[in-house]
Design a protein around this ligand. Structure first.
Ligand SMILES: Cc1cc2nc3c(=O)[nH]c(=O)nc-3n(C[C@H](O)[C@H](O)[C@H](O)COP(=O)(O)OP(=O)(O)OC[C@H]3O[C@@H](n4cnc5c(N)ncnc54)[C@H](O)[C@@H]3O)c2cc1C
Length: 396
């Protein structure tokens, strides 16, 4: 029996190796269109490969898989992050889990994963054909099984997918940073607020976490998560949407009333001091000055006792609901994935086999599954690839 795997990336290699482990008599060939296999693994996680996550802080998979969380929950029963962790360690790659739950090879080098995959492929006599772009399934007619692992940004008009035209959720980018046209904000470049909430007013899209101000706008986990949650809506609005930031969501629980109480207390305690001299909620000083200027203008030079009710309200509002306009999307060099791909309703959720074409399977980012940053995308590649390997091995 012969299996063709189209795409020599993370999912393609993991599928090939697991298939050979489960079914040693299977002949497996990987077709890769470019000269080099595993190119994304090499650059992933800044060259360190954030290969999975401990999921310790994840209470609901929809928090980390905006698309595909139901299917991932089902597939995790057979192969989850514990299994991925154990798989790599069993194959000689020692892993470490960081305080932020991200898992990396202890070597801190993505080549450890690449070398493992290449060595296993050699050991199992997996054929690797580079510079072999598959344009049509007809090219693979002598194979018994075909697995498509071609990664993100598939194009519906790509000849490889002509059979699947109507079964395709159009791919759009996910995990990017926001351009914001505000020079005073750009001047705060490098400022980090550890626990902010970014949200799109009038929608349910909101994300909490560290927020980084850059020389083009905003980045950091809170913004990347928001870009992932709202990937399609942002695309549909040409990356021009309102954005609001709660700069102190990690400091004051509750609504604006609770924040107002804190500010009124502060006013009483610091009545004689200049507003700019008293920095509440441990906000970085440059950010505090910027927010004061935005809320109070010249009045920011006043003493606390001179602020009237309206000004206090403006201050509270800017701390909890500071508004911006997203002017565009900027690349995030550490990770970039696709929202969209093969519609999950068109595949068997147990095997990831096409419902229309027998013996045709899909794994990895080509599926309409994508995660936020933190190792969740590779975990989706390992889980879906393992599922397909197992499904093919069960049919033989
Ligand atoms: C810069 C960067 C850093 C990242 N860092 C991380 C990280 O640290 N942690 C994490 O979890 N995720 C990370 N990701 C996301 C992760 O790399 C992807 O989710 C993952 O690589 C998807 O694996 P895949 O095998 O499905 O696709 P890919 O890795 O993209 O592999 C697909 C392969 O198929 C080939 N191909 C495409 N079409 C054809 C064709 N017609 N014929 C033959 N071959 C074809 C492509 O050339 C490619 O080699 C990062 C992504 C980027 C861009």
């Amino acid at each position: 029996m012969r299996t063709a795997i189209v795409g020599g990336g993370a999912a393609g290699f993991f599928l090939a190796i697991n298939l050979k482990e489960l079914c040693p008599q299977m002949e497996v060939t990987i077709f890769e269109k470019s000269k080099k296999v595993l190119a994304k693994v090499e650059v992933s996680g800044g060259g360190r490969c954030n290969c999975t996550n401990s999921f310790e802080s994840v209470s609901d998979l929809s928090q980390v898989y905006p698309r595909g969380h139901r299917l991932m929950k089902r597939l995790f029963k057979a192969f989850d992050y514990h299994d991925a962790y154990a798989w790599f360690e069993r194959h000689g790659v020692r892993l470490v889990t960081q305080d932020d739950d991200c898992v990396f090879p202890a070597s801190q080098d993505s080549h450890t994963i690449i070398n493992l995959f290449l060595a296993e492929a050699r050991r199992h006599h997996i054929d690797i054909c580079t510079q072999s772009k598959i344009e049509s399934l007809d090219q693979l007619s002598e194979f018994d099984y075909i697995a498509i692992t071609t990664g993100g940004m598939p194009k519906a008009h790509d000849s490889l997918f002509t059979f699947h035209h109507s079964l395709f959720t159009p791919p759009v980018p996910s995990l990017f940073t926001f351009s914001i046209e505000d020079e005073a904000l750009h001047a705060l470049m490098g400022t980090v607020v550890e626990d902010a909430t970014a949200f799109i007013p009038g929608t349910n899209f909101r994300a909490t976490g560290p927020l980084l101000i850059t020389h083009w706008g905003m980045s950091g986990p809170a913004i990347l998560k928001l870009s992932s949650y709202a990937a399609r809506e942002l695309h549909d609005h040409n990356y021009q949407m309102p954005l609001a930031i709660n700069w102190i969501s990690g400091k004051v629980a509750g609504n604006q009333e609770a924040v107002k109480e804190e500010i009124i207390k502060l006013q009483a305690q610091s009545a004689m001091l200049k507003v700019s001299k008293v920095r509440p909620f441990d906000l970085p000083s440059r950010l505090w000055s910027y927010l004061l200027e935005k809320a109070l203008g010249e009045r920011a030079q006043n003493r606390w006792q001179n602020l009237n009710k309206k000004e206090l309200n403006r201050l509270v509002n800017i701390l909890c609901n500071d508004s911006y306009q997203i002017a565009g999307r900027a690349a995030f060099k550490d990770e970039f994935v696709t929202c969209g791909g093969i519609d999950l309703s068109t595949i068997n959720p147990h095997t990831l086999e096409s419902k229309d074409i027998p013996n045709l399977y899909f794994a990895g980012e080509v599926l309409d599954i994508d995660g936020i940053t933190g190792g969740f995308n590779f975990q989706a590649a390992w889980t879906t690839a393992y599922t397909v390997a197992k499904a093919i091995s069960h049919t033989t």
